[in-house]
Design a protein. Structure first.
Length: 91
């Protein structure tokens, strides 16, 4: 299993990205997890190779992140300012 941090979630496309320990961005779908995953969450995951490249599967949240607020919406840190930007709720 690999470990990384969720850097972005697009609730409309129902996919997101994880930056792993090697600073590699890996795509995942929200259907890859049975848990509620938010941006800035630390996760463990497995990787498979499909026709579009590497895909993270079997995501599991490792611990509550201090940078994630739980209001039923997804938050994503802005890579330029470090501020949290709110995204709409996918539910």
């Amino acid at each position: 299993m690999r470990i990384g941090t969720v850097t972005h979630i697009d609730p409309i496309l129902r996919r997101g990205y994880i930056e792993d320990e090697n600073e590699q961005d890996i795509c995942f779908t929200l259907d890859s997890s049975t848990e509620h995953i938010s941006a800035a969450d630390s996760v463990s995951f497995e990787i498979i190779l499909d026709q579009n490249g590497l895909i993270a599967t079997h995501l599991k949240r490792l611990a509550e992140s201090e940078n994630t607020q739980s209001y039923g919406s997804y938050f994503c840190p802005d890579s330029h300012t470090g501020e949290l930007k709110q995204f709409c709720d996918y539910r």
